[in-house]
Structures are given as structure tokens and as C-alpha cells.
Design a protein around this ligand. Structure first.
Ligand SMILES: Cc1cc2nc3c(=O)[nH]c(=O)nc-3n(C[C@H](O)[C@H](O)[C@H](O)COP(=O)(O)O)c2cc1C
Length: 349
């Protein structure tokens, strides 16, 4: 389905990746996603190098071992600070460290980090080289196909060539431009048009690079179609993985050939996780907020969302709420099996 990785020293399977998403892919979310997909490469939210250096790595980097394979995404634009952050997170043993060169956050306007760095290929190359000098784990980049009026062909090639020279072998490519003047980050994920052909051309022109396609992929069918468009090494899924978690399970089952995740089992495991987390002071809602889409498209979706969304906010709610609510929702599916395939069950409303 996908091109085999060209970076032979690297054992990470990147055929299916779940994108870094600020405020969404925290450790609780990743624990949940791991239950849906035993193999996908998961990403942390973006953490700035400065946050790690000022507040300490523990606060941002602690995670459960089951989350591996796990990539840490860093934001920053100063080679020395990024290198120091890579040093500071060494003990957490992330499988990969990724530099954010694609996020059009408001701070980008101040030229701090993210997509604005696409206009500074040499600086990004210096950042990457400085980071790589601190670790034996792969340093990778997540970027767009361009920003503003940057030439999507010559500009992107120039950017990518500078990174290849700096030793980058793996790029996650959000296949749309970022328009830094006027659009909100949300609009920048929707309005600039997707251009998978440009991504495919890049993959053809630089076969020594592993390119993982990102942007607008929502179903296993989308992934199949994307894999036929170009010599990609895999796909990265963002919003669909978060909002329709059963789609993530379906993508993973198709990609890796494992059984479809069992919803009741997942709910029970999340209840156990929440019980342990509660002993450390984690509020139930901090965990359930990532699970609200689990029944999307199925009977009981509204009941699930309401129960987990509202009751879990109350300090009195118990961790078993997750498993108990799932049981009620699954009973509403009638006599059908508890194994709910995402795509195949879309019509069950
Ligand atoms: C809520 C949210 C937060 C995001 N935060 C980040 C981030 O921290 N770093 C990053 O590189 N991209 C971030 N993104 C962009 C996603 O990683 C991804 O590139 C984008 O959503 C396109 O993929 P999709 O169409 O599959 O969602 C974020 C997206 C969303 C929806």
C-alpha cells in the first residue's frame, strides 16, 4: 500500500500516524488512541522548547509506556534552545522528535515558530542539525506545502533540499499552504486548498525522503486512495482520529490487519485508567472529553456525549461511568455485536 521506508536504521512504522493537536492529543487522549490502534505512531501536542526549559520536562513529557511508538513535537526557532530541549527530554525516551514547521498559531506572527519558518529554510536546517546532534532518535519535520505567496514548486523544493542537507529523512506534509495573513489557525486548516498532487510530486522528486501525507483524510477509503496517488510512506490523521475514534480503529485494523477494537473493552480499560488517574488527582472529565466521539454515527451517540460530557464534570462521578455508559449505548444497538466497525456502521444512526 505504501512505499517501504528508505531510512533503514529507523524501526518506526509510520504507515498510520495520529497528528499532534494542541489541547487534544494530551496523554489521556493518547492512551485512548492506543487502545483504538495498537500500532499507529502517536504524537504529543506541540511543546515549545522554552516551555520545557522554563517549566521542566516532566510537566509536558510524562506518559504511559503503552503510548509508544510516540513522537514528541517541539516548537521553536533557536537552534541552541531546541538542542537544549532535546537534551532535557532524553530520559523520556521518545521514539522520535519532530519540529513544528506547519502550525499557523498567532505567535507565528511574531516569527517565533511554526509555519512562518517555511520562509527560513536555512534556519530550520540549523535547528534540525542542532537537535540531531543531541539524540540518536530521528529528528523529523512537520510542514506545509508553502506559506502565503511562496512558490509551491520552487519554494517547497528549496525548503526541502535544505533539510535533506541537514540530515532530515522524514517529513510529515500537511498538503495545503498556510496563509499567515488574516486566517485563524482553524481557518488555515480548512480554507487553503488541499493539493495531494503537489505532495505526490515531492515524493517522486525526492525518493530518499520518507513523506507522510497529512490533511483531510477521514476514512480508510481516503487512505487507500491517497496511497495510490503517490509514493508516500504513510498517512497522518488529525481531526478524524479525534472526532470519530472508531474511524481510527477501522483505519488501523485495515492498515495493520488486526481485529477491530472492541468498544466495550475499550470503555472498560478507560474506566480502569480513569480510576488510577483519579488517585493522582486527575479529573474524570479530563479523560472523557477525548472520548465524546466514540459513538458518533451510532444509536446512543447523543446519550454518550451528554453523559460523559456533563456527568463527568461533576466531582462525584466515578470512573466506572465510562464502562457503564458504553454498556447502555451498546445495548441500544440492539442484538448486533459489540464490535462496531466505523465505516461499516456509519448508517446505523
Ligand atoms: C485542535 C488542533 C490542534 C492542532 N495542533 C497542532 C500542533 O500542535 N502541531 C501541529 O503540527 N499541528 C497541529 N494541528 C494540525 C494537525 O496536526 C493537522 O496537520 C491538521 O489538522 C490537518 O490534518 P487533518 O485534516 O487530518 O485534521 C492541530 C490541529 C487541530 C485540529
Amino acid at each position: 500500500m505504501f512505499k517501504p521506508p528508505s531510512f533503514k536504521n529507523d524501526a518506526i512504522d509510520r504507515r498510520l500516524c495520529v497528528a499532534p493537536m494542541m489541547d487534544w492529543t494530551d496523554r489521556h487522549c493518547r492512551y485512548f488512541h492506543r487502545l483504538l490502534s495498537p500500532n499507529a505512531l502517536l504524537f504529543t501536542e506541540m511543546v515549545t522548547a522554552e516551555a520545557i526549559l522554563h517549566a521542566g520536562a516532566e510537566r509536558f513529557c510524562e506518559h504511559d509506556l503503552t503510548e509508544h511508538p510516540l513522537a514528541l513535537q517541539l516548537g521553536g526557532s533557536e537552534p541552541d534552545r531546541l538542542a537544549a530541549a532535546v537534551r532535557a527530554v532524553r530520559d523520556f525516551r521518545f521514539d522520535e522528535i519532530n519540529l513544528n514547521v506547519g502550525c499557523p498559531s498567532p505567535r507565528v506572527k511574531a516569527g517565533c515558530f511554526g509555519a512562518s519558518l517555511m520562509a527560513e529554510p536555512e534556519l530550520v536546517a540549523k535547528c534540525v542539525a542542532a537537535m540531531q546532534a543531541e539524540t540518536d532518535r530521528p529528528i523529523t519535520i512537520k510542514c506545509r506545502i508553502g506559506i502565503d505567496d511562496m512558490d509551491e514548486v520552487a519554494g517547497l523544493n528549496h525548503f526541502v533540499e535544505a533539510q535533506i542537507k541537514a540530515g532530515v529523512k522524514i517529513i510529515y506534509l500537511h498538503a495545503r499552504k498556510a496563509w499567515l495573513n488574516g486566517l485563524s489557525p482553524k481557518e488555515n486548516r480548512e480554507i487553503p486548498p488541499l493539493n495531494y498532487d503537489r505532495a505526490a510530486r515531492l515524493a517522486a522528486e525526492y525518493p530518499e525522503l520518507d513523506i507522510i501525507l497529512n490533511g483531510g483524510l477521514e476514512t480508510a477509503e481516503d487512505i487507500r486512495a491517497a496511497s495510490e496517488k503517490g509514493a508516500f510512506c504513510g498517512v497522518m490523521i488529525g481531526r478524524a482520529a479525534y472526532k470519530t475514534p472508531r474511524e481510527l480503529a477501522a483505519m488501523s485494523a485495515e492498515m495493520f490487519g488486526h481485529e477491530l477494537a472492541d468498544i466495550q473493552q475499550i470503555a472498560e480499560e478507560m474506566s480502569c485508567y480513569a480510576k488510577t488517574a483519579a488517585q493522582k488527582g486527575v479529573r474524570l472529565h479530563s479523560i472523557t472529553r477525548h472520548m465524546l466521539g466514540l459513538f458518533t454515527g451510532l444509536k446512543g451517540a447523543r446519550y454518550w456525549r451528554r453523559t460523559l460530557g456533563e456527568q463527568a464534570r461533576q466531582g462525584t462521578a466515578h470512573a466506572s461511568l465510562i464502562a457503564e455508559t458504553a454498556k447502555i449505548c451498546l445495548a441500544r444497538q440492539g442484538a448486533s455485536s459489540a464490535r462496531q466497525g466505523a465505516s461499516s456502521n456509519r448508517k446505523v444512526a
